[in-house]
Write a protein that binds this ligand. Sequence first.
Ligand code: DQA
Length: 146
Amino acid sequence: MEKSVLILNGPNLNMLGVREPHIYGTTTLDDVELICRDKATKLGLEVSFLQSNHEGELIDAIQHAYGQQDGIILNAGAFTHTSVALHDALKAVGLPAVEVHLSNTFAREPFRHHSYISPAALGVICGFGVTSYLLALEALADNFKQ
Ligand code: DQA
């Protein structure tokens, strides 16, 4: 049976393509979804793709993944640096999760250097644009085989 992955995007990621293109590029979130779906098909994974600007909705999505999905890819946007609640939600469901970022958060402002998500994640991939998501899909596909 195909393993399934929830790809979850947090605040302002719906603005990709418009938002600070010198940092985030010109790829839209719809493009990111298409590129991820293509990669997932090649890896034999099923994906659900969701974006929300609301912390509670992201928490709900993580909770709903319990028993429904086999893994999570999370770009929590700015909530990465603020949300104990998202950390707790990942811990609560216990699914293998990969934290992703388009930009290299460590090469940016100091307030982006700390992540509440990382300690609850299997690993972190940042700085490769949409490729961060594709590497995360590969990492999860590999993890499912172990
Ligand atoms: C981001 C990095 C975060 O610091 C920022 O708040 C975002 C996007 C990224 O993908 O590079 O919204 O998660």
